[in-house]
Design a protein around this ligand. Sequence first.
Ligand code: ZN
Length: 137
Amino acid sequence: MLMAKTSQFTAILTSKCPKCRRGDVFSGTLYGLNFQETNDRCAHCGMKFEVEPGFFYGAMYVSYAFVVGEMLNVGLFTYLITGNDTSPWLYISTIIGVILLLTPINYRYSRILLLHWLTPKIKYYPDYDTDDKPGNI
Ligand SMILES: [Zn+2]
């Protein structure tokens, strides 16, 4: 029987394993106090998410790029909406507020993009993208 395979876009959006696109990368909820809890291994295919020691330090660079882009956009939109060109505190408070609200999203999607796009040695295995567990590899 032919099963529909999970698209990479869906796997990234739902924070799934890059190898099988089935298992969850994170165990906590997005806006819970445990949003940073990352599973050691994929529950479906057994892939170890931290592929080498300190692997997720690389996610800091991805997160940095996210935050710089968000800061520029929030600053620009704040200026376009308010037209304020005298008080820096409006920009500082707006930018810090939005960055704090987006922290869980930045944290999670920086790791997900690192796993899915920025690590060439992690490949998608369509054979693992099934309801049957392929077993630990
Ligand atoms: Zn997996």
